[in-house]
Design a protein around this ligand. Structure first.
Ligand code: NAP
Ligand code: GLV
Length: 330
C-alpha cells in the first residue's frame, strides 16, 4: 500500500524555489496571492488535515488555529520574529516551531542603517521638496539634518541584527553603546561597544536603534518615561516590532519635540491605519515593514522555512527550531 505523503499548507505565494523544494516530497497547497493575506476562515479550513504549516508574520497561530489542525506537527514561520505564534501552546501539543534567523541579519541591518541615514538627513522630505517644484536655489540651511558620523548610537537588543548594525556604525566612526538582556564581552571587544543600563543609553545616545524581539516583557519598552529621557536632538529607529514602542507616546514626543525625529519600519497595527497621526508628522520616516526585503534574502528565508518543514516531516531533522524541547522529548 503506498504511504501517504505528508501535507503542507503555505499561507502566501512564496518564491518558486521554495515551493519546488517542498513539492519534491510533500503534498502542497498554497494560498495563491502574494499581496493579500489568506482570510482567517480559509486558513482555519485549510489547516484541518495538514502536517505542516508554512506561514508569514501576518498569520496568527493561536489556540483557535491549533484546535482546527489536529494533525499539525510543524509551524515554519518565514520570519525571525515569532510573536505571531503561540509557542507555548504549540509546545504543549508537541508541535515544532521554526523561524528564519541569520539569513536576514545583514539585509535587516542594512535597512536599519538606511533608515537611520534617511531620517537624520531628511531624505524623503528632500525628495518631495524637489518633486513638488519647491527647489528654487541652493540655500545655506536648506533641509539641514543631523550628523551621523561621530555621533553616539545606542543599540537596544545586542543580538544578531543589533551586532550587525553596530558593525555598520563603526564604519561611520560612531560611538556605540548597548543595552541587552545579557552583557556580551566578545561584542564589546570585537566592535568596541560599551554596555550601559537602559537609562544611560537613552540619555546619552544621539540615535537609539531597537533590535529586541516582541515579548510580554518588551511590549511598550519605549514609552513616555523613556522618550522623555532621550535628548531633544535624538532620533529613534525601530525595525524590531511596532509594539515595542508605545506609539501614542511616540506621536506626542514627536509633536512636542521631546525627541527630534523617528524612523519606523514597524507599527503597532500593520498596515499603518490611514488615520494614524504618524502619517501627518514631518519628523518621521515611515516604511512598510521591509527590513529583510531583498530578493536574495526573501528567497533564502522561504528556502529555510521550506527546508525546516521538508526535513522535519521526511527525516525528523530540523535546522532552526524555536522550541527544540519538542524534539528532545522523544
Ligand atoms: P536575536 O538575535 O534574538 O536578538 C534579540 C536580542 O534582544 C538578543 O540579544 C536578546 O538577548 C535581546 N533581548 C531579548 N529580550 C530583551 C529584553 N527584555 N531586554 C533587553 N534585551 C532583550 O534576534 P534578531 O535576529 O537580531 O532579530 C531581532 C528582532 O528583529 C526580531 O525578533 C524581529 O522582531 C525583528 N526583525 C524585524 C525585521 C523587519 O523586517 N523590520 C526583520 C528581521 C527581524 P538574549 O539573546 O540574551 O535573549
Ligand atoms: C521580520 O519582521 C522578521 O521578523 O523576520
Amino acid at each position: 500500500m503506498p504511504v501517504a505523503r505528508p501535507t503542507v499548507y503555505i499561507t502566501r505565494k512564496i518564491p518558486d524555489p521554495a515551493i519546488a523544494l517542498l513539492t519534491e516530497s510533500l503534498d502542497v497547497s498554497v494560498w495563491p496571492e502574494e499581496d493579500e493575506a489568506v482570510p482567517r476562515d480559509v486558513l482555519i479550513r485549510e489547516v484541518k488535515g495538514v502536517d505542516g504549516l508554512l506561514c508569514v508574520l501576518t498569520e496568527k497561530v493561536d489556540r483557535e488555529l491549533l484546535d482546527a489542525a489536529p494533525r499539525l506537527k510543524i509551524v515554519a514561520n518565514m520570519a525571525v520574529g515569532y510573536d505571531n505564534i503561540d509557542v507555548g501552546s504549540c509546545t504543549k501539543r508537541g508541535i515544532l516551531v521554526t523561524n528564519t534567523p541569520d539569513v536576514l541579519t545583514d539585509a535587516t541591518a542594512d535597512l536599519a542603517f538606511a533608515l537611520l541615514l534617511a531620517t537624520a538627513r531628511r531624505l524623503p522630505e528632500a525628495r518631495d521638496f524637489l518633486l513638488k517644484g519647491q527647489w528654487k536655489t541652493w540655500s545655506p540651511m536648506l533641509l539641514t539634518g543631523k550628523e551621523v558620523h561621530g555621533a553616539t548610537l545606542g543599540i537596544v537588543g545586542m543580538g544578531r541584527i543589533g551586532q550587525a548594525v553596530a558593525k555598520r556604525a563603526r564604519g561611520f566612526d560612531m560611538k556605540v553603546l548597548y543595552y541587552s538582556k545579557r552583557r556580551n564581552p566578545q561584542v564589546e571587544e570585537e566592535i568596541g561597544a560599551r554596555y550601559v543600563d537602559k537609562e544611560t543609553l537613552l540619555r546619552e545616545s544621539d540615535y537609539v536603534s531597537l533590535h529586541l524581539p516582541l515579548t510580554p516583557e518588551t511590549r511598550g519598552f519605549i514609552g513616555e518615561r523613556e522618550l522623555r529621557m532621550m535628548k531633544p536632538t535624538a532620533v529613534l529607529i525601530n525595525t524590531a516590532r511596532g509594539a515595542v514602542v508605545d506609539e501614542r507616546a511616540l506621536c506626542k514626543a514627536l509633536m512636542e519635540g521631546w525627541i527630534w525625529a523617528a524612523g519606523l519600519d514597524v507599527f503597532e497595527v500593520e498596515p499603518l491605519p490611514v488615520d494614524s497621526p504618524l502619517r501627518t508628522l514631518p519628523n518621521v520616516v515611515l516604511l512598510p515593514h521591509i527590513g529583510s526585503a531583498t530578493v536574495k534574502t526573501r528567497t533564502d528565508m522561504a528556502l529555510l522555512a521550506a527546508r525546516n518543514i521538508r526535513d522535519y516531516l521526511v527525516t525528523g531533522r530540523v535546522h532552526t527550531p524555536v522550541n527544540p524541547e519538542v524534539i528532545q522529548r522523544y
